[in-house]
Design a binder for this molecule. Structure first.
Ligand code: PHE
Length: 462
């Protein structure tokens, strides 16, 4: 590529200003990464796919695939300095490839939209559990009572629809008014608080739960139980929890000032996100084993295990309420990252005002989300392909679109972007870190995604 002719991309500046500091950037990306994926999804997929071996594959996926892809995404975002679709078009042209790379942005828009549709329903349940805390619905409850409380919540069209609607409105309002920064400032205090609460809960589970069995379940790999589907789900979970593969991180990277280290920022986010997921597991599994709950009971797992603990501890109602409020905030900063690509796309393609775009996307995602509401209630028998509507939307977005988006991102950063461009942008010279990243981005990450894909679809047997 001829950098002189293209104008030095590193001097291009974002249209929307820059992050005030590296910490602000790291907090924003962490805000998008930490959410229901850590607290709700991680424990239930670990439970469903048999524990230790799944956790191990997940950790390998996070560090060997997720970290290089997150680094690549930030790098591309900062170099392009536009929304993900425009960024990929500009960089595709600049690097002498094709503007069609913009379709990568299209995958992200679609993935974010699909994820948002069910994310909002689950976040709606979290909202209803704030109410349940105050009404004492789970106070002193035993296993049967918490299970039936979750069933009442998830199978009630009214409760699920109200929660889903309220959460979607919350998301749309923030994005329409463009007041993300207020929320991001709040999350700077709330996220550390969530971490403290999790640590207190781990201590509780250590004392009251079956901690030894939980640690054994989570960290002793039993590879006999590992299926190729489990490996695909672990990979999908790594993408989902890190918010990578759909342009969210790329969009945030567009506002990153020059000279800010990318690799260490990515590493910080990945470590924080992983820590929170593992802590959530260490809270939930000891309670599960001590109370005879089935670890493979699916999406309701957290909504059953946590109230069991809160219901029995002194002051548990207030503690529980506070916990669900914090999880709501964590989900809120994530849903903003989910809706943003679609909103930016509508604003820039159809020249609609931001508020209108936010309302359109939220409404459409709300409608599709009603499919998830039905999946847990009247429509639970309506199954095809992967299962219910929820199962299908979740599988398509998390296990197919995110890894596909991530694959294209890493292929672009590793193979299309020339050495000069990537080393200049990464800003760590051409030494060990640069070579390490490039090797992972060129070979390890793409090969892993392709192999897992082919294996899970039965095309290749390992
Ligand atoms: N990472 C978020 C979570 O774990 C979900 C998310 C995915 C948010 C992709 C933005 C983009 O809850």
């Amino acid at each position: 590529m001829n950098e002189q002719a293209a104008g030095s991309p590193s001097r291009r500046s974002s249209l929307h200003g820059h992050w005030s500091s590296r910490l602000a950037f790291v907090m924003a990306v962490t805000g998008s990464a930490v959410g229901l994926g850590n607290i709700w999804k991680f424990p239930y997929v670990v439970g469903e796919y048999g524990g230790g071996a799944f956790v191990l594959i997940y950790l390998v996926a996070v560090f060997a695939v997720g970290l290089p892809i997150m680094t690549s995404e930030i790098l591309l975002g900062r170099r392009g300095r536009r929304n993900p679709i425009a960024t990929m078009r500009i960089l595709g042209e600049e690097e002498g490839s094709t503007p069609h790379w913009q379709w990568l942005g299209g995958i992200g828009v679609l993935a974010g939209f699909l994820i948002l549709s069910f994310y909002s329903v689950i976040a709606g349940w979290v909202l209803s559990y704030i109410v349940n805390s105050f009404t004492g619905a789970y106070s002193g409850a035993d296993l049967d009572q918490v299970v039936s409380l979750f069933e009442t919540t998830s199978s009630s069209l009214t409760i699920s629809t109200i929660g889903h609607t309220v959460f979607m409105v919350m998301t749309a309002v923030v994005v329409a008014l463009g007041v993300q920064h207020g929320l991001e400032r709040a999350i700077r205090i709330l996220m550390p608080l969530l971490m403290v609460l999790l640590l207190i809960l781990v201590a509780y589970s250590y004392i009251e739960g079956d901690f030894a069995r939980a640690v054994d379940f989570m960290f002793t790999p039993n590879f006999d139980a590992l299926t190729s589907e489990a490996v695909l789900v672990a990979l999908g979970q790594a993408f989902f929890t890190l918010s990578i593969g759909m342009g969210t991180v790329m969009a945030y990277g567009a506002y990153l000032p020059e000279g800010t280290p990318i690799t260490s920022s990515a590493l910080t986010v990945v470590l924080a996100d992983t820590l929170i997921a593992i802590l959530a597991g260490l809270v939930i599994f000891p309670i599960i084993f001590a109370n005879g709950l089935d670890p493979a009971s699916g999406p309701g797992l957290v909504f059953e295990a946590l109230p069991l603990a809160f219901g029995q501890m002194p002051g548990g109602i207030y503690f529980g309420a506070l916990f669900f409020v914090l999880v709501t905030f964590a989900a809120w900063t994530s849903s903003i990252g989910l809706i943003e690509p679609a909103v930016a796309w509508i604003v820039e393609t159809f020249y609609r005002p931001r508020a209108e775009a936010a309302i359109i996307v939220a409404l459409a995602a709300w409608l599709l989300g009603m499919g998830t509401v039905f999946s847990f209630s009247v429509g639970s028998d309506f199954v095809f392909w992967q299962g219910t509507i929820f199962d299908n939307v979740e599988y398509l977005s998390t296990n197919i679109l995110l890894p596909l988006g991530g694959l294209l991102i890493t292929v672009f950063a590793g193979w299309v972007l020339c050495r000069n461009s990537s080393s200049e942008e990464l800003g760590v010279g051409t030494g060990f870190i640069y070579r390490g990243w490039r090797f992972m981005a060129r070979f390890v990450a793409p090969a892993a995604v392709v192999l897992v894909f082919l294996h899970a679809t039965g095309l290749v047997k390992l």
